[in-house]
Design a protein around this ligand. Structure first.
Ligand SMILES: Cc1cc2nc3c(=O)[nH]c(=O)nc-3n(C[C@H](O)[C@H](O)[C@H](O)COP(=O)(O)OP(=O)(O)OC[C@H]3O[C@@H](n4cnc5c(N)ncnc54)[C@H](O)[C@@H]3O)c2cc1C
Length: 529
């Protein structure tokens, strides 16, 4: 059969769309194949969950998406608009006090001083420390990682440049290494004394990770969540107007204008291989499609262990793919609300600062550890850690007039239960406990609920085809970051098969709505055409 496309992209997640756009800009003939009825992957807006509401089913906030891609693909012209969140977080506590943090330094100082004057003074220094690390790490997001196993001249140069960049850290090298490899808790314990502040910051260290803040690797997750920017302001997260799908729909419109063909409800089941090269895909309906190149936006387990006969891959590489950790204990609950919650710590159902940012419901770090203790033995946390966002408090387009939409990111709900399985009773029992947590801080919340959608890890797996329900397409642990994601020697988006590439969050720089993997993969593909 004749070659029909220059590239087929398996999956229309945001990364796959970014790859498609960059290839099409280079005049490639590109086809995107998406299993669901809509593109966007875990970055979507769905309007059928609660009629009249625009639900960001999975991802709910943005800051990591690369500004260069917004400019290159003119995404603002295609309708992409961010809505800043100010302040960025609100943490109510059981004693009726609260902590609000954001971009306003004077406010942060006042707020933290309510709990500790010492911490108020330390906080800007802590942020400056993270900033120092970020100046070295953040540029690597847009970099094609060098090949450490078979380095060519370019790889050696790139490693050298990295070394020079790291040298800038000077005396801060040790703290940077700790942030990249260590546990969040000892870092926070050294910097601060107030549990309220530490608990607020520690929740960022566990988002999407099946780990407690006392465990190595969580400091990187924390750091990952302080990178990024909104309209040039570092570390500021935003909503996307109309829900997260506002980004992926803009990408889809840009792709269409560039001539990219997109087929939805089209599931790939196999990658066609001839000799040592990928030459196309087979669809669930048996149809075969041929292309000069295939790029996979889905995770490494599906790409290499499901779509391919493992026998075509080198055993060492396969062993690395099997080493990827897909454990997940993250649940997402989307809630349609009659009215905004009124918090004991900041009463009122008119939209206020307490509603705009991320609402952390977690009194102290031990609370997180206990929640994790349950989950590590296969039990959903008896007292879950709940992070709420209410996009309708700043973007009225996502809910009918007067009504509100809440995202609840809840941990820990382990994929595999020790007793029983995730049936409706187990799902509802966990969601009820999460609702009890919100009710504790905002009495009347439960009575305001119109409807809810509960997604525990097996639901996330089924809906988005994310192995294990892992929101990052594989854990962001040091052995699977940068040079090693998904496998040492294959972090440059190439794979052991010629003309087969990875272009999604299974590759560097991993999970999050960044677009970096998609853009970097396109650069690699254009170089190795
Ligand atoms: C519940 C949840 C909450 C999150 N919250 C945030 C957040 O607030 N902010 C943030 O930055 N990140 C968040 N993330 C992470 C972020 O959403 C993901 O890392 C990111 O969307 C991944 O994008 P991707 O394009 O790499 O892959 P995906 O979004 O996984 O896209 C892969 C695409 O491939 C399709 N596909 C799968 N199998 C096939 C097949 N066989 N044939 C054809 N197509 C197929 C899928 O349907 C999907 O469209 C969250 C993720 C989840 C699940």
């Amino acid at each position: 059969m004749a070659k029909t496309y220059d590239a087929i992209i398996i999956g229309g997640g945001h990364n796959g769309l970014v790859t498609a756009c960059y290839l099409a800009r280079a005049k490639w003939k590109v086809l995107v194949l998406e299993r669901r009825g809509l593109v966007g992957g875990a970055c979507v807006t769905e309007e059928t969950i609660f009629p009249g509401f625009k639900v960001s089913t999975a991802a709910y906030v943005n800051s990591l998406f690369r500004p260069q891609i917004i400019r290159d693909l003119r995404l603002k012209d295609y309708g992409f608009e961010v809505v800043e969140r100010n302040p960025s977080s609100f943490s109510p506590f059981p004693d009726g006090r609260s902590l609000t943090l954001g971009a306003d330094e004077a406010m942060n100082e006042r707020e933290i001083a309510k709990f500790s004057a010492k911490d108020a003074a330390a906080y800007p220094k802590y942020l400056a420390m993270l900033e120092r690390v970020a100046t070295v790490i953040e540029p690597t997001l847009d970099q094609i990682p060098p090949n450490v196993l078979r380095p060519g001249i370019g790889d050696l140069l790139s490693l050298g440049q990295l070394g020079l960049k790291a040298k800038q850290l000077d005396g801060a090298m040790g703290e940077a290494i700790e942030v990249l490899t260590g546990a969040a808790r000892p870092i926070l314990d050294r910097w601060f004394e107030s549990e309220e502040l530490k608990a607020t910051l520690a929740t960022d260290a566990i988002i999407g990770a099946f780990a407690a803040p006392s465990m190595p690797g969580t400091a990187y997750v924390l750091f990952h969540h302080v990178m990024g920017e909104t309209n040039g302001a570092r570390g500021v997260w935003s909503y996307v107007r109309g829900g997260m799908g506002g980004l992926t729909q803009a990408l889809a419109r840009a792709a269409a204008d560039l001539g990219v063909m997109i087929r939805t409800e089209t599931e790939v089941v196999r990658i066609l291989v001839e000799g040592e090269s990928a030459v196309g895909v087979v669809l669930a309906n048996g149809e075969e499609l041929r292309a000069g190149n295939v790029a996979s936006n889905v995770d490494a387990h599906l790409t290499f262990e499901t779509f391919l006969d493992p026998a075509v891959l080198p055993p060492d590489f396969l062993a690395e793919i099997k080493r990827i950790d897909y454990a997940s204990a993250s649940a997402k609950i989307n809630v349609a609300l009659e009215r905004l919650p009124s918090f004991t710590a900041a009463p009122g159902s008119q939209a206020g600062p307490q509603h705009r940012g991320t609402i952390h419901l977690c009194p102290d770090q031990d609370y997180i550890e206990r929640g994790y203790d349950d989950a590590k033995y296969g039990r959903p946390s008896r007292e879950p850690i709940v992070e709420c966002t209410i996009p309708s408090s700043v973007d009225p387009t996502v809910a009918p007039p007067g009504k509100h939409l809440m995202s609840m990111f809840c941990q820990y709900a382990p994929y595999t239960l020790r007793d029983g399985r995730w049936d409706d009773a187990a799902r509802n029992a966990f969601a009820d406990r999460c609702f009890d947590v919100v009710e504790q801080y905002a009495p009347g919340f439960k009575a305001s609920v119109i409807d809810r959608q509960i997604l525990v890890p097996p639901d996330i797996e089924a809906k988005f085809n994310l192995t294990g329900g892992n929101i990052f397409q594989g854990a962001m642990s040091l052995n699977k970051l940068f040079l090693f994601r998904p496998a040492p020697g294959y972090a440059d988006y190439r794979t052991p098969l010629k003309h087969l590439f990875l272009c999604g969050s299974a590759a560097h720089p991993g999970g999050g709505v960044m677009g970096a993997a998609g853009a970097n993969a396109a650069r690699t593909m254009l170089k190795h055409r």
